[in-house]
Design a protein around this ligand. Structure first.
Ligand SMILES: CCCCCCCCCCCCCC(=O)SCCNC(=O)CCNC(=O)[C@H](O)C(C)(C)COP(=O)(O)OP(=O)(O)OC[C@H]1O[C@@H](n2cnc3c(N)ncnc32)[C@H](O)[C@@H]1OP(=O)(O)O
Length: 194
C-alpha cells in the first residue's frame, strides 16, 4: 500500500530523470548553494550545515550532525529540523539536473528519535520528471550509512525561473547573493536556467 498522497505519485507520462552532463562527478561535494541558507550555508550559526555529495545518476548522499541548538524534546532532534535536513537534501538533487526548483510538497515519516550528536546519513534520488515537476525521495539513517532508518521523505519540487527569487526575495539579500565572490554559488543560483 502506498504511504504517500496522490500528488506524490508521478503520472504515467513522467520520464526518468537525466543527469546533466556538467553535474558534479560522483563523490564530489556539492557545497552550499547560498552562504546564509539554514540548511547548508556556513553563515548561519545554528544552521544544519548539511554536506551533500554527488552520487551516480541522479542520486546523492548527505550528512548532518544534530547539535544542541537543534533539539525539540530534551536531547532529541526537533522534527522540523529533521524535515529541513530532508528538504535540503532533496533540494540539492536538482543541481544534478541543473534545474532551479522549490519544494511544492514534502511528506515525512519520522521512524526513530534522533539524539543530539548523532550523524544523520541521508541518501536521496530523483525518481521521475514531467515538465516542471520533479519527484524525489530521501532516507536518513543513524548509527552509520547502513544503520536503521530514522526518517524518510517523498517530495515534489517545481522548477522555477530565477525571477521567482528576484521577485519574491528581499533586494538586499538578492544583491548580496549576486555579488557573492564564490563563483560556483553564483553560477548555481543565477546561471542555470536564465
Ligand atoms: C537567489 C537565488 C537562489 C536560488 C538557489 C536555489 C534554491 C534552492 C533552495 C533549496 C532549499 C530547499 C528547498 C526549499 O525549501 S524551497 C522553499 C520552500 N518552497 C517554497 O517556498 C515554494 C512556495 N510555492 C511557490 O512558490 C509556488 O506554489 C510554486 C512555485 C511551487 C508553484 O507555483 P507556480 O505558479 O509556478 O506553478 P503552478 O501553481 O501552476 O503549479 C505547477 C504544477 O505543479 C503543481 N503543484 C504546485 N504545487 C503543488 C503542491 N504543493 N502539491 C502538488 N502539486 C503542486 C500544480 O498542480 C501544477 O501541476 P499541473 O497543473 O501543471 O499538472
Amino acid at each position: 500500500m502506498s504511504r504517500t498522497s496522490a500528488a506524490l505519485e508521478p503520472p504515467a507520462d513522467a520520464v526518468r530523470p537525466v543527469r546533466h552532463p556538467d553535474a558534479p562527478a560522483p563523490g564530489e561535494l556539492l557545497g552550499a548553494h547560498y552562504e546564509h541558507c539554514f540548511g547548508c550555508g556556513g553563515g548561519q550559526p545554528h544552521g544544519l550545515r548539511l554536506e551533500a555529495r554527488a552520487g551516480e545518476g541522479v542520486t546523492l548522499t548527505a550528512e548532518f550532525t544534530v547539535r544542541p541548538a537543534h533539539q525539540g524534546a530534551p536531547g532529541l532532534a526537533h522534527g522540523g529540523v529533521l524535515a529541513t535536513a530532508l528538504d535540503e537534501t532533496l533540494g540539492s538533487l536538482n543541481w544534478l539536473l541543473r534545474k532551479i526548483a522549490v519544494t511544492g510538497r514534502l511528506e515525512t515519516d519520522f521512524v526513530r528519535p534522533v539524539p543530539v550528536d548523532t550523524v544523520l546519513h541521508l541518501t536521496a534520488e530523483v525518481t521521475a520528471v514531467a515538465g516542471r515537476k520533479i519527484w524525489s525521495t530521501a532516507t536518513g539513517r543513524i548509527g552509520g550509512p547502513e544503520g536503521p532508518v530514522a526518517v524518510r521523505a517523498d517530495a515534489l519540487f517545481i522548477e522555477v525561473k530565477v525571477e521567482h527569487f528576484i521577485d519574491n526575495g528581499r533586494p538586499e539579500e538578492i544583491r548580496a547573493a549576486m555579488n557573492d565572490p564564490d563563483q560556483s554559488r553564483r553560477a548555481r543560483a543565477f546561471e542555470v536556467n536564465p
